[in-house]
Design a protein around this ligand. Structure first.
Ligand code: SF4
Ligand code: SF4
Length: 95
């Protein structure tokens, strides 16, 4: 198992699930950084903005931090991609 573990039997690194921050919108309020205990975010002192430092530590399917951002600067892929990945993996396991 890799550094980031597996999700549904797939290495976490292969699951494109993590927040993206629009730095144009981010006002550096630190809400997301203070909230997430998974060390996904790092604080960029130089720019006084948040930074997605460890995207693979993000819990697959979680999007809790998104709702905290008053600037709507945080986005995630649509949840449907996880369903598709799961389905493809199940089909692969059957072979
Ligand atoms: S919650 Fe939004 S505005 Fe605040 S630091 Fe995070 S991304 Fe920036
Ligand atoms: S979605 Fe959840 S685990 Fe991922 S960065 Fe936000 S709060 Fe952390």
């Amino acid at each position: 198992m890799g550094k980031y573990g597996n999700w549904q039997g797939i290495p976490r690194e292969e699951i494109p699930w993590h927040p993206s921050v629009d730095l144009e919108k981010c006002i550096g309020c630190k809400e997301c950084f203070n909230f997430c205990s998974h060390k996904v975010y790092e604080w960029d002192e130089d720019n006084n903005k948040t930074k997605v430092a460890e995207p693979n530590y993000c819990v697959v399917g979680c999007s809790s931090c998104k709702g905290l951002c008053s600037q709507e600067a945080i986005s995630f892929p649509p949840l449907a991609i996880l369903k598709d990945i799961k389905k493809t993996q199940q089909e692969r396991m059957k072979k």
